[in-house]
Design a protein around this ligand. Structure first.
Ligand code: DAH
Length: 360
């Protein structure tokens, strides 16, 4: 019998010495597991003389009960200690200032904001958004828009050309969003009402020009749309965009190969103390180009100009963003300076809508 008590004493010592729950589990398995030391003792029962079996069996069972209860006591002690240690390790310093979450810290670039504003205004008038590639062919950027071959207007645009291909043709970075007019007329049937905001490129750089800039094109093609509609649309747009009740506009005759007649539009403004107020005043600010789509452009997309007509316009997005939000230097738009973005940027979830006020 003393072998049982010796074994029990040694197991109880090991239980006391177990430093964590994993070590305790090892002790448990070594004692009570299938191959454990106590289980081994029980297996010897069969070889004992019958008169000894009962008392030996009872002794082993008592030992097993004491070991089991010692295990569970030690287990709760170790568990409590582990929790205590973890709480110490994971203390939170509630006096630290909170970390700003991305929605608060992030900013929407003014160009993205203004594109969203423009889209909201024209969507309200029934326009959808069309797109075209930044890398264009000479055909879409110039020829289909009625630029004659070798016409100086091609050079006027300060085009970035790619190296010529073997057949002599050259791809280019689109100099305006007008190619999207042609692509749209080729892809869908009138009536067409689209705007096409996007990136455009010209070799130019100063406080109001960057080699990459943004334009938005507008196009309406059907059987009856005329210049009066164009004027109304543009004035409604300008009022909504600049968030004013009235705007004065001035349509000046101009020239674009793809429109006839062509106009440049000035908006009335007042300049005082380095500030420009749009809509009022006796000054004028040039804001966009427009016109009735040239019959040659309509013909080039396979429509009959005696049947279909319409108008188009093109406007610099960065420029109207600068005017609306008072940003003096266009180059800063693309410097990726986070201080500039913090100052002029917009909150991610403040989506512009006509209902909520575009820039509220
Ligand atoms: N594409 C012209 C430019 O980049 C702007 C323009 C003028 C677009 C008249 C038009 C338009 O659609 O009708 O300078």
């Amino acid at each position: 019998m003393s072998d049982i008590l010796d074994l029990e004493a040694s197991i109880l010592r090991e239980i006391d010495a177990a430093a964590d729950e994993a070590a305790l589990e090892t002790v448990r398995v070594a004692a009570l597991g299938k191959q454990g030391s106590l289980s081994a003792l029980l297996k010897t029962l069969g070889s004992l003389p019958p008169e000894d079996r009962k008392s030996y069996g009872a002794a082993v069972n008592e030992t097993r009960d004491r070991v089991t209860s010692a295990l569970s006591t030690r287990k709760s002690v170790l568990k409590a200690a582990a929790l205590e240690a973890r709480l110490k390790r994971e203390t939170v310093d509630i006096t630290l200032s909170g970390r700003t979450d991305p929605l608060t810290a992030g900013r929407i670039h003014p160009v993205s904001q203004v594109i969203d504003e423009i889209t909201a205004i024209f969507a309200d008038m029934g326009f959808s958004v069309a797109e075209g590639p930044d890398i264009e062919t000479d055909h879409y950027n110039f020829t289909s828009l009625n630029f004659p071959a070798d016409h100086p207007a091609r050079e006027m645009h300060d085009t970035f050309f790619f190296n010529p291909k073997e057949d002599g043709s050259r791809l280019l970075l689109r100099t305006h969003t007008s190619p999207v007019q042609v692509r749209t007329m080729e892809a869908q049937k009138p009536p067409i009402r689209i705007i096409a905001p996007g990136r455009t490129y010209r070799c130019d750089s100063d406080a109001t020009h960057t080699p990459m800039f943004h334009q938005v094109e507008g196009l309406v093609i059907d059987r009856t749309s005329h210049f009066g509609h164009l004027k109304w649309i543009l004035e409604e747009f300008l009022k909504a965009f600049f968030e004013v009740d009235e705007v004065k506009t001035r349509f000046r005759p101009s020239f674009f190969p793809f429109t006839e007649p062509s106009m440049e539009v000035d908006v009335g403004c007042k300049r005082s103390g380095g500030e420009i107020r749009i809509g009022e005043g006796d000054d004028w600010l040039e804001i966009l180009g427009c016109g009735m789509v040239h019959p040659n452009v309509i013909r080039a997309v396979g429509l009959d100009p005696d049947e279909f007509q319409g108008f188009a316009w093109g406007m610099g997005i960065d420029r109207i963003a600068m005017l609306k939000y008072g940003m003096p230097d266009l180059r800063a738009f693309f410097d990726a300076d986070v201080r500039w973005l913090n100052h002029y940027g917009f909150r991610p979830l403040d989506l512009p809508s006509l209902f909520g006020g575009l820039s509220s």
